[in-house]
Ligand binder design. Structure first.
Ligand code: APR
Length: 345
């Protein structure tokens, strides 16, 4: 029995993400929460012939907490793509002012109604919204760092696709062979292509320095290509839904799971000091930056441990430099998120 809640389920990401979750046979209940059209999307998806029972939850006004409470009751996993998307000229950081309060309020509800659920945050800027969530959960005394994830999987998906194109290999075969660490915005994103010797050898022999630089830049700023092409209609939705689902599926499989820790082929943006070895890792390699995306091992819907990228994945001076740049950007974004909650009532 696994219940999954999607908060922001009627949006550009929320709808295709909910569709993918409805197709997953491990999901027994899918609760769709949104401030608009939640019942419509739920009715539509409920006609699909898979086991998950779909329910829609929409508040009748600002003060109505009953819909979110029903959506969250007994849930195992909450995925949050609620918020506003980016328009041309906006950075993910520009979204901060609107999405920060949406995430803060949703997470406060999760803390009250479903304190043991795993939480996957998609709402941008993830570099700040995850620290916001952590701070809210801490404030309400229910923070479990092993169950809070910023979804950075789209960066991994893009890296696989773009590298596959450059090396002329099927990008789906690159799953688990490339890692992306750091944050989830511009130059805080750090792709590492040295995960696998066969691929790295191919990359070394095929990629010129300028191709490598273009690859890194495209992974870091791939989101802007979509924002520009959509020309005012928003940011990545379908690729983001797939990436969010890919991460959710990892959690579902670990919940279903044989009680064994499973190394998943994706990273997640997590609060390191709450994970074994995380504090030492953060002090040693990250100048004390506490949130960072790293490859994780999951067990029973929570982080069992993470892979230290500096023990084998970060190999070149270029990669080391990219991480230093990422850390500068992350420091400010994390502080902005944490202080937002500290300054809230
Ligand atoms: N509670 C629940 N849902 C909300 C709330 C809220 N407080 N506020 C907004 N929403 C819903 C909207 O009603 C909408 O259905 O969130 C959904 C957002 O959908 P879109 O506007 O289509 O945005 P989308 O492209 O899906 O992006 C959402 O994910 O990747 C990030 O940067 C992106 O932050 C943005 C978010």
């Amino acid at each position: 029995m696994v219940k999954v809640t999607v908060a922001g389920a009627a949006g550009g990401i929320g709808q295709p993400l909910s569709l993918l979750l409805k197709l997953n046979p491990l999901v027994t209940e899918l609760a769709l929460y949104d401030i608009v059209n939640a019942h419509g999307v739920a009715a539509d998806l409920s006609h699909i012939n898979t086991p998950a029972v779909v329910t829609g939850h929409q508040p009748s006004g600002k003060e109505d907490n009953s819909a979110i409470t029903a959506a969250l009751k007994n849930t195992d996993l909450v995925v949050i793509p609620a918020g506003v998307p980016r328009k041309p000229g906006m950075t993910r950081a520009d979204l901060f002012n609107i999405n920060a309060s949406i995430v803060r309020d949703l997470v406060a509800n999760i803390a009250r109604t479903a304190p043991n659920a795993a939480i996957l945050i998609i709402s941008n800027p993830v570099n700040s919204t995850v620290p916001i969530a952590a701070e809210v959960l801490k404030k309400l005394g229910v923070f479990n760092p092993r169950k809070l994830f910023g979804v950075t999987t789209l960066d991994v998906v893009r890296a696989e696709t773009f590298l596959g194109g450059l090396l002329d290999v099927d990008p789906s075969k690159l799953r688990g062979k490339i890692s992306v660490v750091g944050g989830h915005s511009g130059d805080t994103i750090v792709p590492l292509i040295n995960y696998d010797s066969e691929i790295s050898n191919k990359a070394k022999s095929r990629l010129s320095t300028s191709d490598y630089e273009k690859f890194v830049n495209r992974v870091q700023f791939g989101g802007d290509e979509v924002v520009k092409a959509k020309n005012g209609a928003g940011s990545a939705t379908l690729s983001m839904a797939l990436a969010g689902y890919r991460f959710a599926e990892n959690i579902l499989e670990s919940l279903n799971g044989r009680n064994q820790p499973v190394l998943i082929p994706d990273s997640a943006y997590i609060y390191l000091p709450g994970i074994p070895y995380g504090k030492i890792f953060s002090d040693k390699h990250l100048n004390g930056v506490e949130f960072f995306s790293v490859p994780v091992r999951l067990q029973n819907g929570r982080i069992e441990s993470f892979i230290d990228p500096f023990e084998g994945l970060v190999k070149t001076d270029e990669e080391q430099k990219l991480i230093e740049v990422a850390l500068k950007g992350l420091t400010g974004s994390i502080k902005q998120g944490t202080e937002f909650v500290k300054g809230s009532k």
